[in-house]
Design a protein around this ligand. Structure first.
Ligand code: SAJ
Length: 431
């Protein structure tokens, strides 16, 4: 099989292992360009939804999915023997951290093992899952070599996913794609494949370089968020408004990029990715201090926010114990329903441990579990606001009327500067 030719005439069969927030948009992008694509997933429920033309991923519309089902370009399957019918395979599976903060690449190994069971001569395998440097070379390559020879039976590359859920400006086709192969031919082929769907492809010298690019991108965010989280505490000691300081610094048109403090960092990328690098470096007897320090600061923010809430209550001669705290926003960032690793949950857990009476309102998140306790979002009624001792803004969904919150709640602690436009109101306290 000549992959270059099959790409040019669009006869190349594309397989995506892992039909999640990374794999499904990638599959759709190839369908848009006229390629036949199969999404392989271990979940029967997901496959059934996809085969019925129903999307469960924020950035993929059911209309488009149904259209590509109808035009025969898109299919989904739990039967991994079909892998051997595909010329290009993308692995887009989750790489969670264990409780011990060690990376768990079990999903990658399971996916590659299935590819080894069902090989196809000349197949190009591209790993997209975020992982520690060396995974492709040291783990994936030896597994694939059990079923064939690199350069003859298979080709192998790594390319970090740059999907930003909910981003309507940057999608797959207009976000430059970094790619590194285990050998120059793999790099060239992977560059050709991505060139079918993405405007700019950036080949790098190795899979390790490509793996490390992703970790730098997200460590950059984690470290800068930690910096402003520390600045929030610095400004508190200087009796300054950190939001004013950052806002003014952000007027600098060069050499500065604003980040904003908050109750900590959530999501499936930023809390996890730097830990992958940190773990790898410890294996090499090097401690990446910036990552360790930023993790420490970011993970300390929930406790700091709780101490600030205690200060607010104290001004009203109230203790945390028994105070009614109404938390606003548990999703990990505004405008979405995802609350994985959300620092709001940590703040609520700490408040409950101090025997505060905690309720929450989040228009996107109807139910959560906090420290083993099931909680449901309460309607944001006048009574809920008036009867609280303090309303605490942790995720600033734009759907909430913060002017009303300030009017009706006896005290407000705002960890996201959501009340900025409301001016200095005596009962509003900001991070
Ligand atoms: N956060 C802050 N202050 C900030 C920025 C973020 O506290 O200034 C918090 C957020 O509230 C959230 C966490 O950090 O809890 C992560 O926020 P994020 O803006 O990085 O959002 P994510 O997790 O959706 O990150 C994704 C990442 N995409 C990928 O890893 C593929 C990230 O690389 C993107 O840059 C980011 O989206 C984005 O640009 O929004």
């Amino acid at each position: 099989m000549n992959l270059s030719k099959a790409l040019k005439d669009k006869s190349a069969r594309i397989g995506v292992v892992g039909a999640g927030y990374v794999g499904l948009p990638l599959a759709m992008e190839f369908c848009r360009k006229g390629f036949r694509v199969t999404a392989f997933d271990i979940s029967k429920e997901r496959v059934a939804e996809l085969m019925a033309g129903r999307s469960y991923v924020l950035d993929v519309s059911s209309d488009e999915l149904a259209r590509h089902r109808k035009d025969g370009l898109f299919g989904a399957s739990v039967r991994f023997e079909g892998l051997s019918d595909h010329d290009v395979l993308f692995i887009c599976v989750q790489t969670p951290l264990r409780k011990s903060k060690e990376p768990d690449i079990g999903n990658i190994i399971a996916a590659v093992s299935k590819i080894v069971e069902h090989p196809r001569k000349g197949q190009l395998v591209i790993l997209e899952s975020t992982t520690f440097p060396g995974t492709t070379d040291e783990i994936v390559l030896p597994l694939l070599e059990k079923a064939g020879k690199l350069g003859r039976d298979f080709f192998l590359a790594f390319s970090p996913e740059r999907v930003d859920p909910g981003n309507h400006v940057y999608g797959i086709s207009n976000t430059p794609k970094v790619v590194g192969g285990v050998d120059p031919v793999s790099t060239r082929l992977a560059t050709e494949v991505y060139g079918q769907i993405i405007e700019t492809v950036v080949p790098v010298s190795s899979t390790r370089a490509a793996e490390t690019v992703k970790l730098l991108e997200n460590s950059f965010r984690a470290v800068n968020i930690a910096l402003v989280n520390e600045m929030a505490q610095v400004c508190r000691h200087l009796n300054l408004d950190v939001w004013e300081v950052i806002g003014a610094a952000a007027t600098k048109p060069f050499g500065f990029m604003p980040f904003y403090p908050g109750p900590g960092i959530g999501g499936h990328c930023i809390p996890k990715d730097p830990q992958l690098l940190s773990w790898k470096m410890k294996m090499l007897n090097y401690v990446p201090r910036f990552i360790e320090l930023s993790t420490n600061i970011n993970q300390g923010m929930p406790e700091y926010v709780v101490s600030r809430i205690a200060d607010v209550l104290n001004e009203g001669r109230k203790a945390l114990h028994g105070s009614r705290i109404l938390v606003l926003g548990v999703a990990y960032k505004p405008g979405i329903s995802d609350y994985r690793e959300s620092p709001s949950l940590d703040v609520m857990d700490l408040l409950l441990k101090r025997k505060a009476a905690v309720t929450y309102h989040d228009p996107f998140v109807p139910r959560v579990q906090v420290g083993g306790r099931r909680m449901a979002s309460v309607p944001l009624t006048d009574k809920a606001l008036r009867s609280s001792d303090c309303a605490v803004i942790l995720t600033a969904h734009k759907e909430v009327d913060y002017g009303r919150v300030v009017r009706l709640a006896p005290a407000v602690f705002d960890a996201r500067n959501a009340t900025r436009s409301l001016g200095p109101a005596g009962k509003v306290h900001r991070l």
